[in-house]
Design a protein around this ligand. Structure first.
Ligand SMILES: NC(=O)c1ccc[n+]([C@@H]2O[C@H](COP(=O)([O-])OP(=O)(O)OC[C@H]3O[C@@H](n4cnc5c(N)ncnc54)[C@H](OP(=O)(O)O)[C@@H]3O)[C@@H](O)[C@H]2O)c1
Length: 181
């Protein structure tokens, strides 16, 4: 991981997620809420940057967009989908693991931020590497949530730099920065 981390530089990197009070972010293959304000926060931070996601996360976004996905699943972003299979996904480059990302760094994208946008395994691996965490904490507990963000790791190794209440739902947008490895 250290070698990968060195190769990932000078990319700035972050995880971005919306979680319930237990760190849950998905239930039965779907995001268990729909808050346009959170989607706007996600768009605002990831736009013109790089997004790395697991295959299920990509397919969930694709399914939600329906016909609109024809144009682009995540427009104005350079997208990479982690998959163990030789799958093709529109507007996204398949990669076998997050380490493979390093070979796509070039002069055009070196200034961008790499956002790891889920799901569970991607968060678990990337949270040990990234500089920042954008975490929307929603004031609810989703019964039956079956995918979890590593909140304990973040609490131990990151410090909150900014937090702001959401206007349209009961949640706090937080930006955390790494303090230790
Ligand atoms: N609330 C939020 O902020 C948030 C954020 C992100 C996602 N979500 C939700 O979370 C759900 C998906 O999360 P998930 O954890 O179930 O799935 P996921 O991580 O998105 O996708 C899992 C798939 O990604 C591939 N993969 C992941 N890690 C890999 C690795 N290290 N090596 C090789 N392949 C790897 C595999 O694809 P193959 O099977 O093709 O090999 C695996 O089956 C969706 O409902 C999504 O909408 C919510």
């Amino acid at each position: 991981m250290t070698e990968f981390y060195n190769r990932l530089l000078p990319w700035k990197s972050a995880v971005i997620v919306a979680v319930d009070l237990m760190g849950g972010f998905s239930k039965e293959g779907k995001i268990p809420w729909h808050y346009p304000e959170d989607f706007k926060w996600f768009q605002q931070h990831t736009k013109n940057n790089i997004c790395v996601m697991g295959r299920t996360t990509y397919d969930d976004i694709d399914r939600k967009l329906g016909d609109m996905a024809e144009a682009s699943v995540l427009p104005s972003r350079e997208c990479y989908v982690v998959t163990s299979r030789p799958l093709k996904r529109m507007n996204a480059t398949p990669i076998p693991n997050i380490e493979s990302l390093a070979k796509y760094r070039d002069e055009d994208n070196a200034h961008k931020t790499v956002f790891f946008i889920g799901g569970e395994l991607i968060y678990k691996e990337s949270v040990e590497l990234v500089d920042e965490a954008y975490v929307t904490v929603i004031n609810t507990i989703v019964e039956g949530a079956d995918r979890f963000f590593p909140v304990d790791y973040v609490a131990e190794h990151f410090k909150t730099m900014n937090s702001a209440n959401a206007q349209t739902f009961d949640a706090v947008f937080t930006l955390l920065r790494r303090t230790s490895y």
